[in-house]
Design a binder for this molecule. Structure first.
Ligand code: SAM
Ligand code: SF4
Length: 524
């Protein structure tokens, strides 16, 4: 098939998860295909993802699906084959990768880290900034010769980028060696989509520009046996003016508390030491649960009674950080004293233009409350510099806010215009070299405050959950304190996956060095 034919036969399918019967009918049609039928089939189902549709929020109830199964005829389609998933972006994507890996494992595929021996390669993409997207397009270019040498290789693009019209159009035009594009709402359709890609060998595109449901009981191949991600909600309704996430991830929808608690109990029983509750806007949890008045504070209050040593959550929005959550976090126990609270800017004027729905003053008031209730909590944040028309004074307000809060760390970004967001339509009078200068100045401050925060650990004995060998030196072990500080120390491999006491002997800008304390030796 030449490139032109391939292009014509590309399909973008938009469907409804409830419409299982019509999907099964479609699969039957694919299996019984004749070449001419294909053209007709694909042409009638062609539709691009639609950001406008994704932006709209209706009042429809969220549907919960508990009925994920792999159809009998697909049970072994991965037998003797290998998969590789490359993940870009946030923890949500990391966890989606675990779900896809779980589905692929159930289909009989084995994992590999070598692209040369993979039969299926999926790029799980991030759309948050332009450079994240550029990396993926670069990778698609690198993979082209591999696909040309091995036409049977299935190359797929999924994750947030697939939800964008412009990205899908660019892949259709310029990267026709891609076999499969699917979005964030239809990961559970992976078995059928892979089958279509293998049987049809035409580009299969299925992106749902919908508000989103909750699909329970998906299999997961978790990365490691010590720490686990647990989704508690999906989507975001905040619509910050710079951010593409509300369009790529759909509307806010919470899992039922009983499903979350059951998952965490199960992880505890399997010996996991830490869970991180995940959501784009995790403390909006429960707002959509129409039949109950229940929020993140209530959920954490129940989770803290589960016998799992460490519980974290990310990412919280300052607007939704309520007193109930603070009160519960103050109870401590397995609720870790570490709060990531993205502020984005220290200027109320910029925050207003970002549609963050809080001011510098209300953010500082929230921090004051948190510090009063949990004095030992470490606070970190996200900051965007160079938002359109940010003045020098407004940037300086971000610098002074950083000092006033005394953040212990920050993820800092230069504003990146995202097509389809309100901010991207604004004129911007801040030159790129000024933005870069601001980022540099901010990072200097971030480094300084991190260094200072770590100094207080000198000679202290801290609890470290040991994750494994240090990346730089296999003789050194690495793990995290309750406040999420990375500690490197020498110790026996037998403590990997355990919490041990480590005495801090040296503090650096971002990490701590230590040696195992006497009590820890007894742990062995
Ligand atoms: N929901 C979280 C919140 O409200 O803070 C953040 C989720 S977002 C995946 C992670 C971070 O990416 C944001 O906190 C923000 O700092 C940054 N970000 C999002 N859109 C951006 C853009 N267009 N340009 C630069 N940074 C961006
Ligand atoms: Fe994006 Fe704002 Fe939602 Fe965070 S809260 S995901 S920054 S829209």
């Amino acid at each position: 098939m030449n490139e032109q034919q391939r292009k014509e036969m590309s399909q973008i399918r938009q469907g409804n998860p409830a419409d299982v019967k019509s999907e099964q009918d479609n699969l039957e049609r694919i299996k019984n295909k004749k070449p001419d039928d294909f053209v007709k089939y694909f042409q009638t189902t062609y539709e691009t993802p639609n950001l406008n549709k994704a932006r709209k929020r209706g009042k429809q109830d969220i549907k919960y699906h508990e009925d994920f199964t792999i159809p009998d005829e697909l049970q072994n389609i991965g037998q003797g084959k290998k998969y590789l998933i490359r993940t870009y972006g946030c923890q949500m994507n990391e966890h989606d990768t675990e779900v896809m890996a779980g589905i692929l494992t159930e289909l009989g595929f084995e994992s590999t880290s070598d692209a040369n021996e993979a039969d299926i390669i999926l790029l799980n993409t991030c759309a948050i900034r332009e450079n994240a997207e550029n990396k993926v397009f670069g990778e698609l270019g690198h993979l082209k010769p591999l696909k040309q040498n091995r036409p049977d290789l299935i190359l797929g693009v999924c994750g947030c980028m697939s939800q964008e019209e412009s990205v899908v159009n660019k892949i259709l035009e310029k990267h026709q060696h891609v076999d499969l594009i699917f979005g964030t709402h239809n990961i559970h359709r992976l078995p059928q989509l892979i089958q279509e890609a293998i049987f049809g060998k035409e580009m299969v595109v299925e992106v749902w520009s919908k508000e989103g449901d909750v699909i329970e009981n998906l299999p997961k191949a978790r990365n490691g046996k010590t720490k686990a991600w647990v989704n508690i909600m999906y989507g975001c309704d905040k619509f910050c003016t710079y951010c593409i996430v509300p369009m790529t991830r759909g509307k806010e929808r919470s899992r039922r508390p009983e499903d979350i608690i059951q998952e965490i109990r199960h992880l505890a029983a399997q010996g996991y030491q830490e869970v991180t509750l995940l959501g784009q806007n995790v403390n909006a949890y429960g707002k959509d649960l129409a039949d109950m008045d229940y929020g993140l504070g209530d959920l954490m209050d129940e989770i803290r009674k589960i016998d799992i040593p460490r519980v974290r959550f990310t990412t919280s929005h300052p607007r939704d950080f309520d007193d109930r959550l603070i009160e519960v976090l103050a109870k401590g126990g397995n609720l870790m004293p570490y709060i990531h609270l993205p502020v984005q800017s220290g200027s109320s004027e910029v925050l207003k233009r970002m549609n963050r729905k809080y001011t510098r003053e209300s953010y500082l008031e929230l921090v004051r409350k948190i510090k009063k209730a949990i004095p030992h909590a470490a606070l970190t944040t996200d900051i965007i510099v160079g938002f359109p028309n940010e003045t020098e004074e407004q940037f300086e307000e971000t610098m002074t806010l950083y000092e006033e809060v005394g953040f212990e760390g920050a993820y800092t970004f230069i504003y990146s215009p995202r097509e389809g967001t309100p901010a991207a339509k604004k004129e911007d009078n801040v030159p790129m070299d000024v933005k870069k200068q601001r980022l540099y100045r901010l990072n200097e401050r971030v480094n300084q405050y991190s260094r200072e925060a770590l100094k207080k650990y000198q000679d202290q004995v801290v609890d470290v959950l040991v994750e494994g060998e240090s990346k730089n030196n296999p003789d050194v072990l690495a793990g995290y304190t309750p406040e999420s500080k990375l500690v490197n120390f020498r110790g026996p491999k037998s403590v990997i996956g355990k919490i041990v006491k480590v005495k801090i002997t040296n503090t650096k800008s971002w990490t701590l060095d230590g040696e195992m304390a006497e009590e820890a030796v007894e742990v062995n």
